[in-house]
Ligand binder design. Structure first.
Ligand code: 0RA
Length: 434
């Protein structure tokens, strides 16, 4: 009792935050989940799923099951280790209760190397609890099934043993609070797209989504043995693939063991060219889509441009007098997925969707440069196809450029025709010349 009084009287910031944590989340939800619109509502699901994915990344979880119930409550079930249930030595309540009721206590206490935590991610399961009118947590661990229940972040049912089990895992069911959210209706496609993407990014992780809101419940299941290779194949579905490249190029590598802990990282890249002209490159850091790119993307692009040029020159596909192939030429028709994992990702940019950790540029560059050079040496036919396509693109680019310059020198065209139309017709003419 004396110790408690002392605690309450202290002005330790950490303690105050702990005491007021979940109230703060309910007062200013936007600070934790970005928005209280549909996007924030879906963020609750990502928050729980991300925790399950962390278990998968650590090698303890093989399956995640997401269910949307008829009342728009959500169940996320995984077969990971289960949130610890032992008495928390400092808080004197079960760790499960600590994880669900104390802000920022959601993170693993063990040192899982890579966590899904960036931008608005990784705020913790307690945030979901704070913003749910009701939440039931069930943990299978140490031979028993434990359950406890909450309402708007407050414990309503203490943890109890409700049965026995031989397996482990965590099941969270929550009811988003309509006092908080503008809408509490989940969108199947939003959940579906993101969960499929998560399955692509975590090889062999089985993810199922069931929607019970329809007369006949709809279930989809994703599990990709090929990981991002399957992702690239999926993105190129229905497109004509460059000869010999039906199997995407796959490159992986990591920082060497002598690297300091702060500069650890893993890189995976899959790429494939189709006969089209547009580029599609998706980059991710710790499973977070980096819409604005960043260091990993820059490292990838620089390596790609250099290695293809070197190969083309060395094999006389590009003659000494020919100008270098530009990055854009090489990336015409390319579909690529870049996935990097790092312990403490730094995100920047307008939407915090740009990877700022600069050592990932160097690492990605090195891994891709080595891996791609090896691939080209071992696959000369494919290498030739890729170089030929890039050379064709370069030729088209130069012809269009030349034609544009010629147009500008024609005084009549210059002033009387709308610029856009002039450029467009000339470019078309240049392209048909090829
Ligand atoms: C804290 C510590 C450990 C695991 C988890 C939390 C955990 C959280 C969630 C949320 C959904 N599924 C989850 N699975 C695990 C580490 C457990 C240990 O050391 O045994």
């Amino acid at each position: 009792m004396a110790a408690q009084t002392k605690k309450e009287n202290s002005y330790d910031a950490g303690e105050i935050q702990i005491l007021e944590g979940l109230e703060a989340v309910r007062k200013r939800p936007g600070m934790y989940i970005g928005t209280t619109s549909a996007s924030g509502l879906h963020h609750l699901v990502w928050e729980i799923v991300d925790n399950s994915v962390d278990e998968a990344m650590a090698g303890f979880c093989k399956k995640i099951k997401v269910t949307v119930h008829p009342d728009n409550s959500i169940t996320v079930e995984d077969n990971g280790r289960g949130i610890p249930v032992a008495m928390h030595p400092k808080k004197r309540i079960p760790t499960l209760e600590v994880v669900l009721t104390i802000l920022h206590a959601g993170g693993k206490f063990d040192n899982t190397a890579y966590k899904v935590s960036g931008g608005l991610h990784g705020v913790g399961v307690s945030v979901v609890n704070a913003l749910s009118k009701r939440l039931i947590a069930q943990v299978k661990r140490d031979g028993f099934i434990y359950e406890m229940e909450f309402a708007r972040g407050k414990t309503t049912k203490k943890m109890t043993k409700v049965g026995k089990t031989k397996v482990t895992g965590t099941t969270i069911t929550f009811w988003p609070d309509e006092e908080i959210f503008e809408t509490t209706t989940y969108n199947f496609d939003t959940l579906n797209d993101r969960l499929q993407e998560t399955a692509f990014l975590n090889r062999n992780l089985k993810i199922t989504l069931t929607d019970e809101r329809e007369l006949t419940p709809r279930t989809v299941e994703y599990c990709y043995a090929g990981g991002i290779v399957d992702f690239v194949k999926f993105l190129n579905e229905g497109k004509e693939i460059l000869p010999g490249l039906s199997k995407p190029i796959f490159i992986e590598g990591k920082s060497d063991s002598s690297a300091p802990a702060s500069q650890m990282g893993e890189v995976e890249v899959a790429l494939q060219w189709n006969k089209g002209f547009s580029e599609r490159t998706l980059s991710f850091a710790n499973d977070i889509f980096t819409e604005e790119g960043g260091m990993h993307l820059t490292g990838f692009r620089n390596a790609l441009t250099k290695v293809i040029n070197d190969y083309a020159k060395k094999n006389s596909i590009l003659k000494a007098k020919d100008p270098e192939l530009q990055g854009d030429d090489i990336r015409e028709g390319m579909t690529a997925v870049i996935s990097v994992k790092l312990p403490d990702p730094q995100f920047e940019g307008q939407t915090k969707a740009k990877l700022g950790s600069s050592y990932m540029r160097t690492l990605t560059n090195r891994v891709v440069a080595n891996g791609l050079a090896d691939y080209l040496e071992e696959h000369p036919n494919q290498a030739k196809e890729i170089c030929k396509k890039a050379a064709q693109a370069a030729k088209g680019r130069l012809a269009a450029q030349k034609a544009r310059q010629a147009t500008r020198k024609t005084p009549l065209l210059g002033s009387s025709m709308p610029g856009k139309l002039a450029d467009c017709s000339v470019k078309d003419a240049a392209m048909t010349e090829l």
